[in-house]
Unconditional design. Structure first.
Length: 186
C-alpha cells in the first residue's frame, strides 16, 4: 500500500486514528527511540510514504514556549560516549548527528523523561525534549523521505512533568488536526 502522507505518533492517547482525515495513515510507535526506529522502518516498507509527519508531546525548556511547535532540527540528548565523541554524537558513525526540517525549534530526543534542568541542553539551545523524533528523522533521512515534526507542549521538563504530561497528553490533537488540513490543502 502506498500513501502520500504517513503520520508517526508514539501513543494513541496523543492522536486518535479516527480523528484523521480520510486517506491519512498513522502508525503508533510506542515510547522511545528504538520503538520509533523499528516502527518507522516497518511503516516505510509497508506504506512507501512520500512524506512523514511526526506528531507528539514534548517538554519545554524555555518558559515562553507553548502550544503546537514545528521542529526545525533534532539532536540526540542522551548519546554520551565521552571521551570517544562529544555528547550528542555517536562515535565511529558517519551518519548525521542532527537532522533538519522546515520548522524553527530545536528538539533534543532521548530515552529518558526529562524532569530536571540539564545544563548541556541549555548550552545546545534545545527548546523542547521528546523521546522519539531523532529516530524517526534518522530513518526518514536514510530513506530519502522528507519529514516534519509538530510537538505539543505538555510540561516544563521539571519535577512535575509526569503529572503534567498525563493531564495534557491529549490536548494537542485539535491543533495538529488543523495543521494537517493546512498541509493537505497546499
Amino acid at each position: 500500500m502506498k500513501t502520500d502522507l504517513l503520520i508517526i505518533t508514539a501513543l494513541e492517547s496523543e492522536l486518535k486514528r479516527e480523528s484523521l482525515p480520510q486517506g491519512v495513515h498513522i502508525v503508533y510507535s510506542g515510547v522511545g527511540k528504538i520503538n520509533a526506529a523499528m516502527t518507522s522502518i516497518k511503516a516505510i516498507h509497508q506504506y512507501s510514504p512520500k512524506r512523514i509527519l511526526n506528531f507528539g508531546t514534548a517538554g519545554k525548556l524555555k518558559p515562553e514556549l507553548q502550544g503546537l511547535l514545528e521542529i526545525g532540527k533534532v539532536i540526540q540528548r542522551d548519546m554520551d560516549a565521552e571521551p570517544l565523541a562529544p555528547r550528542g554524537s555517536t562515535p565511529f558513525c558517519n551518519r548525521p548527528q542532527e537532522y533538519v526540517s522546515t520548522g524553527q525549534f530545536l528538539c533534543g530526543s532521548g530515552d529518558s523523561f526529562v524532569t530536571a534542568y540539564d545544563p548541556w541542553l541549555s548550552s545546545q539551545g534545545v527548546d523542547v525534549v521528546d523521546m522519539e523524533l531523532f529516530a524517526i528523522a534518522a530513518i526518514a533521512h536514510e530513506h530519502n523521505i522528507p519529514w516534519q515534526s509538530f510537538k505539543y507542549i505538555t510540561d516544563d521538563a521539571n519535577e512535575s512533568s509526569g503529572e503534567d504530561w498525563q493531564a495534557k497528553v491529549h490536548h494537542g490533537q485539535d491543533l495538529f488536526l488543523d495543521r494537517i488540513q493546512d498541509i493537505l490543502s497546499n
